[in-house]
Design a protein around this ligand. Structure first.
Ligand SMILES: CC1(C)S[C@@H]2[C@H](NC(=O)CCCC[C@H](NC(=O)C[NH3+])C(=O)[O-])C(=O)N2[C@H]1C(=O)[O-]
Length: 325
């Protein structure tokens, strides 16, 4: 399903079922797990703390979380830009998709346990030397938020973003496993061709937390990304810092800033936002630089490249008027 908001109004589209057992149709008002779109929520809170002078982006993480990381050269900005070199513990955790998921779906991890999983593996780069996406970075961002505020991240999301923007269908749920209210059930594709889908709706998402545990719906994601790019959540200089982008691949059209992606589309429009992949759910949540146009799209499956690619096609359709092939 997808929801587009622009100067001409709101358009929605939905196909298929949000619950295969009941036969309930996909509904653009339904809630779902947004996965790594959570990273943009975490980045906004940390950048607000930086704007308040409570965190310095170019300070060593060690200044705030002494002894947590093995290298004082790793800075707060390195975490937000995925340039810390900290290994992503989920690569090993989900190497075998369904067994990996079933092993953690009801587990509750501490932040420290997740960081320790990462530190068992070799680092991917010298601090600041290259982009290497890692969930570990935004687990540490969550630790920084909690250390600086004395509050759980969920409370800071609620106070600084959700309540401020009136996001009535957005919440941070950890370690509860249920999605409250009308929601989309998620169906994970196993690695084995032809094997039955796994209903992955209920899980703690404790393996991700501040890197992936937000629940939302399309309208709220439209509001969030439009408000962010429209300057309602960060002072100008901090938003500008968030938008300092480096390439993430060789295409020259994919970039990452501070907890925010930039995609350059075929029609010359650049859109800013984040993608998400959590068992049973793909999400794209993007807006134009002025925040006046935004798109939120989700598919209730994952571990399925074709579905993800098709969902990504909604960006070209929404912002460039190009119908998917
Ligand atoms: C960079 C990504 C893609 S991965 C990262 C985070 N999601 C995860 O780390 C979960 C990865 C396993 C998900 C699982 N896949 C497997 O288990 C494969 N063996 C599936 O497809 O449901 C998120 O969300 N981000 C996406 C993002 O930012 O778009």
């Amino acid at each position: 399903m997808a929801r587009y908001t622009g100067p001409g109004g709101v358009r929605t589209a939905a196909e298929g079922l949000r619950d295969t057992a009941s036969g309930a149709a996909m509904d653009p008002k339904a809630r779902f797990r947004v996965g790594s779109v959570t990273k943009t929520f975490s980045a906004v809170v940390l950048l607000q703390l930086a704007a308040e002078g409570r965190i310095r982006l170019d300070a060593p993480v060690d200044d705030y979380l002494p002894g947590l990381l093995p290298d004082r050269r790793i800075t707060v900005r390195h975490l937000l830009t995925h340039r810390s070199g900290l290994a992503d513990y989920t690569n090993a955790m989900f190497d075998r998709t369904v067994p990996g998921f079933e092993a953690v779906r009801n587990r509750v991890f501490s932040y420290r346990e997740l960081v320790d999983l990462s530190l068992r593996e070799p680092r991917t780069t010298e601090p600041g030397a290259a982009y290497a996406y890692s969930n570990t970075n935004f687990v540490v961002v969550g630790m920084l938020i909690e250390q600086a505020t004395g509050h759980p991240v969920g409370k800071e999301y609620q106070r600084r973003i959700i309540r401020k923007l009136g996001l009535r269908n957005t919440s941070y749920v950890h370690p509860g496993t249920a999605i409250e209210g009308m929601h989309v059930r998620g169906y994970l594709h196993p690695d084995e061709a032809g094997a039955p889908l796994v209903d992955s709706t209920e899980q703690t998402v404790s393996w991700a937390q501040s890197a992936g545990a937000v629940i939302s719906n399309p309208a709220d994601l439209n509001t969030f990304m439009s408000a962010l790019l429209g300057g309602r959540l960060l002072p100008g200089p901090m938003l500008d810092a968030m938008l300092v982008m480096t390439p993430t691949d060789a295409t020259g059209t994919r970039f990452y800033g501070l907890g925010l992606r930039r995609y350059d589309l075929s029609c010359g429009t650049s859109v800013y936002g984040h993608t998400g992949t959590v068992q049973g759910y793909y999400t794209y949540a993007f807006a134009t630089r002025d925040g006046r146009r935004s798109l939120a799209a989700t598919a209730n499956t994952s571990n399925h490249g074709e579905a993800n690619t098709a969902l990504g096609g909604t960006l070209e359709a929404a912002f460039c008027g190009k119908r998917p092939a």
